[in-house]
Design a binder for this molecule. Structure first.
Ligand SMILES: Nc1ncnc2c1ncn2[C@@H]1O[C@H](COP(=O)(O)OP(=O)(O)OP(=O)(O)O)[C@@H](O)[C@H]1O
Ligand SMILES: [Mg+2]
Length: 146
């Protein structure tokens, strides 16, 4: 799969995230790539809230590296690997359990090293030509009709 979506506000990016959330099931992995401030966390927050209810607070797991949320049908593991220096740290977070049982949402997947999952949906966030414009590029999910 390969396509691009241009959004013009954080709310539009959140709406795309809610749409993607509706396709997710256990063992899915969503990789969020892109520069600082590109919109990864906005996207992750909207996706998690859409699966877990608006009540859940979604802090960026910049320091804890992972935050686990209980959805109605499955758990969502939200990783932010920005501060990871060695792939072994990621094993210790229990990423194999996340891959096996839950939905995984991973910011800064460039740090995964040997922990890259077999199948995933990758979304790359790029700045557009206007202040609030972002271009989202979707790749992967070769086996998934959408
Ligand atoms: N179209 C858009 N989509 C998403 N965010 C947007 C958009 N336009 C403006 N913004 C703003 O850009 C910022 C995106 O911040 P966010 O924390 O999601 O980035 P990030 O990719 O997680 O960065 P970091 O790597 O630093 O954690 C927010 O302040 C948001 O309001
Ligand atoms: Mg972020």
């Amino acid at each position: 799969m390969y396509f691009k979506i241009t959004t013009h506000s954080a709310e539009e990016t959140a709406a795309v995230a809610r749409k993607i959330a509706s396709f997710l099931r256990p063992q899915d992995v969503v990789l969020l790539k892109g520069d600082l401030g590109a919109g990864k966390s906005i996207f992750a927050r909207a996706l998690i809230q859409s699966l877990c209810g608006e009540v859940s607070e979604v802090p960026s797991p910049t320091f804890t590296l992972v935050q686990i949320y209980e959805g109605s049908d499955f758990d969502i593991w939200h990783f932010d690997l920005y501060r990871v220096t060695h792939p072994d740290e990621i094993c210790e977070l229990g990423i194999e359990e996340a891959y096996a049982t839950s939905v995984s949402v991973i910011e800064w997947p460039e740090r995964l090293g040997k922990n890259v999952p077999r199948e995933y949906l990758e979304i790359e966030f790029n700045y557009g030509s206007h202040e609030n414009e972002r271009v989202l590029t979707f790749r992967g999910w070769t086996d998934r009709p959408m």
